[in-house]
Design a protein around this ligand. Structure first.
Ligand code: ADP
Ligand code: MG
Length: 449
């Protein structure tokens, strides 16, 4: 299977070869011919499977073959993405994949000045990548019209649902012409997304690759049982030990992310954090430094990090386990992207036993236990059966210090499983202009692809 047998033009295949893409990934092999044929698609695939190229390549080809004069404020291909970072990443991919072609693209997201974005829209666009809030703001101000949209792409639809974008998405869909092509991609299929696809897509081809409950086979996983106090020394030890790797560390909260960064830097290990409380500029700088390898450790909360693609991440550390098991799969999917090997190590304190149990049930793998790094005291492997004991029994247990290590926290299930993995307030990146607006000079809003 190769890209040219999928019906892609030589010039695009050449660009791909130059980018080191030898053959299509499974979702690309399945989706590209269907999208080229103009059909709607529902794509179910976890992150790292190559969805961006799956939907942009056939559209680049079609727009390039069939160039039309774009009216001011109009858009031919509209890509809606849940976060600013993902939008920026998709835009970068559109530009890479359409190198040498005269297609015009732009990216509009919240948190930065609208002026450049308005200018970019004036000429009319082949591709627009946007977060929902800013897109609708610009449309409400009359800077953008939806009536020339030929293809609408909803990327990471389940994440958009999670952060409350469903009403915005419905408005966008309603504003686009009925005759448009619609492509919807999601890692999971909650009922709201199923309904969206049923109501607004036209006889879509359903394409699924690797179920979300399966972690990428190439990822080596391990768990370290630690007290929560020992997590900081353990992470310092791990980062030192894996001195040649790019590392992503996940924390459950924004405060936790900042704390980990401070402690790593205190040990002379440069690290940067991305989370919802950082300004757009700070986030871009952190991500940029990480991508370029200037900073080896990125500490992130889930909402900030999901879908972000940095090639070459060798190690994912779960500083805290997520309370939603699917999130574990997304997190460790940051490593071993597109057929590379990767390692994922999770810290688990006694209060997180439940989360570990739920994760292992989902992925149907017992994650091997690893010893704590040198100089850090680990806990005995807990008996997960204890974690299953009903509340009543746990309340009768002796106080914490007398109990065997890792036997639950004596209060039943520690926290209800929230839908939001970030734990923070629902302030989605790119949702609305934040109060502290800073113009971003370094990022061009539009470019000829
Ligand atoms: P997803 O949107 O499914 O999370 P991306 O489109 O971000 O995945 O792609 C994940 C990574 O795989 C990116 O680094 C991308 O450059 C790379 N990639 C995509 N397609 C291919 C391919 N056919 N061959 C090699 N690498 C690929
Ligand atoms: Mg993607």
């Amino acid at each position: 299977m190769s890209f040219d047998t999928l019906g892609l033009d030589e010039i695009i295949v050449k660009t791909l070869t130059a980018s080191g893409y030898e053959k299509p990934t499974p979702i690309q092999a399945k989706a590209i011919p269907v999208i080229l044929a103009g059909r709607d698609v529902v794509g179910l695939a976890q992150t790292g499977t190559g969805k961006t190229a799956a939907f942009t390549l056939p559209l680049i080809q079609r727009l390039n073959k069939n160039q039309t004069h774009t009216r001011p404020g109009s858009v031919r291909v509209l890509i809606v993405s849940p976060t600013r970072e993902l939008a920026a990443q998709i835009h970068a991919s559109v530009r890479t994949y359409s190198k040498g072609l005269s297609l015009i693209s732009a990216c509009v997201v919240g948190g930065v000045s609208m002026r450049q974005q308005k200018n970019a829209l004036k000429r009319g666009l082949d591709f627009l990548v946007a977060t929902p809030g800013r897109l609708l703001d610009l449309a409400d101000q009359g800077c953008l019209r939806f009536d020339d949209v030929e293809t609408l792409i909803l990327d990471e639809a389940d994440q958009m649902l999670d952060i409350g974008f469903l009403p915005a998405i419905k408005r966008i869909i309603a504003a686009c012409p009925k005759t448009r092509q619609t492509l919807l991609f999601s890692a999971t299929m909650p009922k709201e997304i199923k309904a969206l696809s049923r109501d607004h897509l036209h006889n879509p081809e359903e394409i699924a690759v690797a179920a979300v409950s399966k972690t990428a086979d190439k990822i080596e996983q391990g768990v370290m049982h630690l007290t929560s106090d020992n997590k900081i020394p353990a992470i310092v030890g791990l980062v030192k030990k894996h001195s040649e790797k790019q590392i992503i560390v996940f924390t459950r909260t924004k405060r936790g992310a900042d704390r980990v960064v401070r402690r790593l830097e205190g040990s002379n290990l440069p690290a940067a954090a991305i989370h919802g409380n950082k300004s757009q500029n700070q986030r871009e700088r952190a991500l940029g430094a990480f991508r370029e390898g200037k900073c080896r450790v990125l500490v992130a909360t889930d909402i900030a990090a999901r879908g972000i693609d940095v090639p070459g991440i060798g190690l994912v550390i779960n500083f805290e386990l997520p309370n939603v098991p699917e999130v574990y799969v997304h997190r460790i999917g940051r490593t071993a992207r597109a057929e590379r090997d990767g390692l994922a190590i999770s810290f688990c304190d006694p209060e997180e036993q439940y989360y570990l149990r739920d994760i292992q049930r989902l992925i149907k793998i017992e994650i091997p236990v690893l010893p704590a790094p040198d100089g850090v005291e680990g806990l005995k492997t807990p008996n997960l059966e204890d974690a299953r004991k009903p509340k009543v029994v746990q309340q009768q247990r002796p106080p914490r210090r007398e109990r065997p290590a890792g036997a639950g926290n004596g209060q039943g299930k520690p926290k209800p499983a929230h839908k939001r993995a970030d734990g923070g307030p629902a302030k989605p990146a790119g949702a609305r202009p934040t109060r502290r607006r800073r113009p971003n000079k370094s990022r061009p809003a539009a470019s000829a692809g």
